[in-house]
Write a protein that binds this ligand. Sequence first.
Ligand SMILES: Nc1nc2c(ncn2[C@@H]2O[C@H](COP(=O)(O)OP(=O)(O)OP(=O)(O)O)[C@@H](O)[C@H]2O)c(=O)[nH]1
Ligand SMILES: Nc1nc2c(ncn2[C@@H]2O[C@H](COP(=O)(O)OP(=O)(O)OP(=O)(O)O)[C@@H](O)[C@H]2O)c(=O)[nH]1
Ligand SMILES: [Mg+2]
Ligand SMILES: [Mg+2]
Lengths: 267, 286
Amino acid sequence: RGIFGKPREESIEALEMALLEADVGIDATERIKNAVAMQKKEIGAIIREEVKNILSENSMDFDEFVKTHEKPVKLLFVGINGSGKTTTIAKVGYRLKNNGYSCVFGSCDTFRAGAVEQLKYHGEKIGIEVIAHDYGSDPASVAFDAIAHAKAKRMDAVLLDTAGRMQTNKNLMEEMKKIKRVSSADLTIFVGDGLAGNDALLEAKEFDANIGIDCVILTKIDSDAKGGSAIAIAQELKKPIIFLGMGEGYDRLMKFDAEWFVKRLFE
Amino acid sequence: SLGNALRNSIKRVMNAPHIDSNLIREVCKDIQRALLQADVNVKQVLDLTKRIEKRALTEKPAAGMGSGEHVVHIMYEELSNLLGKGRSIELKKQKILMLGIYGQGKTTSCAKLARYLQKKGLSVGMVAADIHRPAAYDQLKQLSEKVNSKFYGDIHAKSAIDVVDRGLKELSDCDVIIIDTAGRHKLDEELMKELKEINDRVKPEERILVIDATTGQQAKEQARAFHENVGITGVILTKMDGSAKGGGALSAVAEVGAPIMFIGTGEKIEDFELFDSERFISRLLG
Ligand SMILES: Nc1nc2c(ncn2[C@@H]2O[C@H](COP(=O)(O)OP(=O)(O)OP(=O)(O)O)[C@@H](O)[C@H]2O)c(=O)[nH]1
Ligand SMILES: Nc1nc2c(ncn2[C@@H]2O[C@H](COP(=O)(O)OP(=O)(O)OP(=O)(O)O)[C@@H](O)[C@H]2O)c(=O)[nH]1
Ligand SMILES: [Mg+2]
Ligand SMILES: [Mg+2]
């Protein structure tokens, strides 16, 4: 991109283009520009540092969290329609199982066609039991049952899959509040589509305002998406990005690395 | 909000006794911000605002049109040009191929489209040609039961082309056959090859790209990849019930030159509307 070693004025423009084209959004881009304008050093390095700082300021080690948390640790996966929640929950379950933890899935999407069958397929493939009710039943009751099951069987982790929902849908956000309350989830994970633009921040913001989110996973990064929304989310909501979804395979869950992410953003 | 900023600068332009270049540049800056916020492709936004500014500064307004209204008119015209000429789906015997990136709403839109066409008096059959996604067959089968359309799928299928071949035979007495395909992106070489194969075999009258309204800067490039592989004839823009403006979809449409035919406005099968370009542009600008 020629940001490094070029005259300062031209580089700021190139930087701006790179950030906007990576879905960082205009607000976050302007803040970065302003932070950089203050400094005198070589611009390429400053920009990288600024973005890296934004991304690492609030970091979280998921594996460490699970290791030290009281069991069963309850993980709630939320996000808008089609962002990759069900696929991601399977990947996280796979990771936990490989790390020696016993897990159970709660199939709390009791609405969408094929949702239960989809999670059951993953459960069978990975060897994780799925607690499910009929379509149309109360998602909170599925969460309750999955947790009760985990406690009875002295399991390590409960992973709750929820139906996708638009953050603008009041009724569905109310339903999610109930699921969170009934499950008293230890970790609420917002699963965002890596291909999303400015809306990703709006989604994360609204989910956080309504039910509180603890961390973020961005999916479909293998599609060549830069996932710049991670920067807007980190900057404004101060939430850690814990993983990146890098494909459909169970092992396609990459631990978030700010250095790797920033390098890729500008190439 | 951005919508307010643009609306205010437009008001200023409309109320100005005569138009000056500074006011025009100010409006264009606000238009630029609004379009970027709406996820329109960055390079397209820069070209577009340059064009709007140049036209606003050099063109004479039409008879009876104030110079303020003229700027607004140019803005709407330039955005409509990106959208291209609208077209509705033809109510005739045809095969429709649904394609797009992972999770955009293809499978759901198959059912929505089926319901729409059935209401228009056509018989519809859907083919579950997604043999990759877990329970894709179940999902489409359940949806077909909801809309009461015919259905063909095979949970043991070894290839998508195989399902399609048999599906076309089984559903040959349907007026319309809608083929659901697996999600894929521009870097999925094998899957793009599969899509090309399906298209060559089926020779569908419509090849519809399903795009999520939340898609950002990748929209244009990803759409181009689909267009290069099979040639897009129409677009369905989904998840317009959220807060996203759909600027990415606008860029994709401009890239492939295919019209948006429908928008998805919710998870239910009836949440499906004909595309209205004026409403879309107003919403885009906030
Ligand atoms: N390439 C790629 N595809 C992904 C990734 N994560 C999810 N997908 C695909 O995205 C599509 C949607 O994934 P789901 O897991 O069903 O998404 P969801 O959020 O559970 O969807 P809803 O429950 O309908 O809201 C599927 O085709 C997945 O295989 C990823 O990291 N990379
Ligand atoms: N709110 C809303 N949700 C939608 C809309 N269209 C589809 N969805 C939802 O988006 C999610 C993904 O839809 P699918 O139909 O499974 O998407 P897909 O493109 O077939 O996904 P893959 O086959 O995995 O690539 C589901 O939860 C749908 O219910 C819409 O217009 N509005
Ligand atoms: Mg799901
Ligand atoms: Mg599908």
